[in-house]
Every structure is written in structure tokens, then in C-alpha cells.
Ligand binder design. Structure first.
Ligand SMILES: [Zn+2]
Length: 213
């Protein structure tokens, strides 16, 4: 039986290094001859078929499944199980993870904790609550260059929660993150040369100055 952490969760925004950290931890287990697998949902199309791929070029073989239930089909011989892009797994992920934990397996799960709106994404928050170790990785903000990017800014118009493609997103810190409504509004309606509305607050008898506009 393995000692130490049993459910490790790696979260963060895009470009924070989640997949490379997942691959690093799985490779570390492989060096100790522990049987490992990495599983990812079919929704993630960034990686090559049957691989998990990080943006810095690390790759590892991965099983691609259509539903979270399918993880159990491949996990019987594995001792350490990596789950990548967990935000795209269906709701069955949680009972599947509970089953794997009862089977005394070690799980290392990674995924986006927040979607493009800055709202919680899929089953990842529940995994974080269940985990005995959570690492929230930060990226470098593409707008201001700070080391504290924790939001994924969508750069195109779409109200779909899932829209796969690196060029449609960038990592932003919380100060530079623009919620989609505000961002799309700015794109559609570039600032016009209008004077701000004049506001006169009248207390007591109006004077010439307060009603001048
Ligand atoms: Zn920033």
C-alpha cells in the first residue's frame, strides 16, 4: 500500500504548467517502477491522439476516454493514476475517484479550477475539497507581466463554457482579468468620443453653478 498523499490536485489558469507538473509527478513514480497511467477526456483536443502534452513540450502517453466511468476500465493494474484536464470530465468523475481511492490507488488530478467567466469549472472544485494536497499554480500575466495570473481570459466571442484552443485565451492576473461581458462590450463598442454625462447634485436651492449644464 502506498503511503503519503493519496489524492493530489493541481489547478490553475491556462499556461500555469499544470500538465507539465502532472507529467513530472507521473514520471517520478515511473522511475520507481510503479505502474502508472494518465487518462484524459476526449474533449481536450490540444494534445496529440493518445498523449497528454504540456505547452513547454513535455509529452506522455495517455488514454483518452469518452466518459469518466471509462477510467475504471483501464485502471485495474495501475498504482498511480494521472487525470488531466479534469474540468472536461462528466459528473461521474467524483464517484469514480472515490472508487479508486477505496482501491488504495494514488490519484494525481489536474485541471482548470475556473472557467473563462472566473466561475468554478466542472468537478474540479469538488476534487480540491476531497484532495489531501492541492497546488494552485500561477502563470505570468500576459497583460501586465506579473507573476500572479490566476484567471483565463477569453479573447473571442462565445458563450459556450467549453471552447478549446490556445489562441483564444490568455493568462491574466486578477487585476487585468476582464469578465466576458465587459470584454465583449469593449470589443463591440470601442470608446466613442462622447462627453461624460453631466450630473448635478442639487442640495437646497439650485445655484447657477449646479444647473449650468
Ligand atoms: Zn496583470
Amino acid at each position: 500500500m502506498l503511503s503519503g498523499y493519496r489524492l493530489e490536485v493541481i489547478v490553475g489558469c491556462m499556461s500555469a504548467g499544470k500538465s507539465s507538473e502532472l507529467i513530472r509527478r507521473i514520471e517520478r513514480a515511473r522511475l520507481a517502477y510503479l505502474p502508472t497511467i494518465i487518462v484524459r477526456p476526449i474533449t481536450d483536443t490540444r494534445s496529440k491522439p493518445n498523449h497528454v502534452e504540456s505547452r513547454n513540450g513535455l509529452t506522455s502517453h495517455a488514454l483518452v476516454v469518452e466518459s469518466a466511468r471509462d477510467i475504471l476500465k483501464y485502471s485495474s493494474h495501475a498504482v498511480v493514476i494521472g487525470l488531466d484536464e479534469c474540468q472536461f470530465f462528466d459528473d461521474e468523475l467524483i464517484p469514480v475517484v472515490q472508487t479508486l481511492l477505496r482501491q488504495k490507488k494514488k490519484i494525481i488530478a489536474s485541471g482548470l479550477d475556473l472557467d473563462y467567466k472566473g466561475e468554478t469549472f466542472g468537478q474540479v472544485p469538488t476534487l480540491m475539497a476531497m484532495a489531501d494536497r492541492v497546488d494552485k499554480l500561477l502563470a505570468v500575466c500576459r497583460k501586465c507581466g506579473s507573476d500572479f495570473a490566476c484567471r483565463t481570459q477569453r479573447l473571442v466571442h462565445s458563450d459556450e463554457q467549453i471552447l478549446v484552443g490556445d489562441c483564444q485565451y490568455e493568462a491574466r492576473c486578477i487585476h487585468c482579468f476582464e469578465p466576458p461581458g465587459e470584454y465583449q462590450l469593449r470589443l463591440e463598442l470601442p470608446l466613442a468620443e462622447t462627453n461624460p454625462p453631466q450630473l448635478a447634485i442639487v442640495q437646497g436651492p439650485a445655484t447657477a453653478a449646479t444647473v449650468a449644464s
